[in-house]
Design a protein around this ligand. Sequence first.
Ligand SMILES: [Zn+2]
Length: 569
Amino acid sequence: MTTSKTTLAITSAAAKPTGAAPARLPAAGAGPRYLDRLIQARAIHSMTGEVYRSVGLRGAEIAATSADRDGLDDLAGAGTVITDAGDVTLLPTFADSHEHLMEASRNTLLVPVDRAHSIAEFTAMVAAAARDAAPGAWIMTSMAWHESNLAENRLPTGAELDAAAPDNPVLARRSGHLAVANTVALTAAGIGPGTPDPPGGKIGHLPDGRPDGVLEGGAVWQVAAFAPAPSQAQLAEALGRGSAAYAALGVGTIREAMINTEELLAYQDAAERGTLSVRVRPLIRVGNELTADQATALIDGLGARSGFDDDWLRIWGLKFVMDGGVEGGALEQPYTSDPARSGHLNWDPAVMTEVCTGAVRRGWRIGTHAAGDRAVHTVLDVYEAVAAQEGPLPPWTLVIEHALLSSPAQRERVVRGGFGVTVQHSLLWNMGSEMLQMWGPERTRQVNPLDEWLALGANLAAGTDIARPFNPMLNVWGMATRGTKAAGVQGPEHAIGVAAALELYTMGTARLNHDQDRLGSITPGKLADIVAYPADPLTADVDDLPGLTPAFTIVGGRAVHDPGGLLGP
Ligand SMILES: [Zn+2]
């Protein structure tokens, strides 16, 4: 009934350590007790302290582990696919505590002009999209571009977009507040010579009075309103493509930081079709434009509550936004770049307390964006009031997103209240220069002091918030070095070790998602979400981490990324 060790050893020995095709044992005996897949590796870090050499998968789950390379041989039958991955190191997949997969996926439907280095490249991409588009179909660009990345350091003109796409409407939006449109798009929106500026907006003009294509503020929306939104089916397809790009970087779960109910339906479509390559834990937006009654009605109307539905797609909770980002974060002390400014708060704390108290009573978890320290203290006021009425609450019911700036006293309040915090070094990595300019060097080096949070015993979970696939190993490097993209090393005293960073990015987020019994570690009985690296991240030179990408990724026992074909069928 068992397969002999000798047979297995011969099979394995015949295989090359890396790059070898997986072996199938010839022996009979396949049955429910046998493994579907057996992986042998140089090191398998459970993230709960153990190091294994072999792991066995059955169905979607981890069935067995062994510190001995051949320790699971008795569980291999005829149907067991054996991968002798002698050179790779396995970790549980990364779980991103705060990322915008929907936005990243939607961008795959748009013209990627953020990759252009010149006006000519920009307009060539638009022209190529127009060639492929149906007559009259809208050409929409990614919003992630900026003229400072173009050699000419200026916006493309409406005339240049006319030349690139004379017959299709083109809208090149840049963030939410600026866009360049061609003549067909302006005409479709009813904008011509003499059209007045809309409230809060500006339509740019040529010397002869015709619009020049540049739109600001409300004028962007005046045109964007005519461009069809992607259909639910298009979004579901885009989520398949988008999620595969994250899985290719070793991510197995994404806590989707803000969607609306239509986008939730697109997620459900994608999950039902089996096109998602990562698990998703969405937060549904509760907008601050709503009154307390409207917000409560929205939450009641959702019907479900936190924890619905399955291992692939499960609603995490509700999302509130208290302040802006680097530019609009609510700070206790004025901006360094503008002493007259200290950012803005979106919610009246009394209104938010009322809405959140009702939501928690109905079984909802809440995540609130708070970037600046004044926002953190305001959210703490709200959360403490909610907990006073509804507590004691299970950990990870009330969560602060980002907490980029926080005082020691605020951090103590967070820990005392049992609140969770999602942290994203990638924001300091990406926007360190802007933080230096707007917040000054003292505050910038204090952004997300993970060492201080951990010393207090805070509930932390690591992620990115970058809205595009981001190598988790670059983020781990950042947590371990405090290195950034263009602002050097910021606050090296707040670095944490690689093992601690990995823990926050696996078990930390699993706890945040209330998935700690199903995900976050390589443990029998948990879901088989595993990533393989060609080097051991725990022993590699820390500066080699940013260049490290997965050899393969498995989610739910399924190979979702296997460029070398190591995992076979
Ligand atoms: Zn976000």
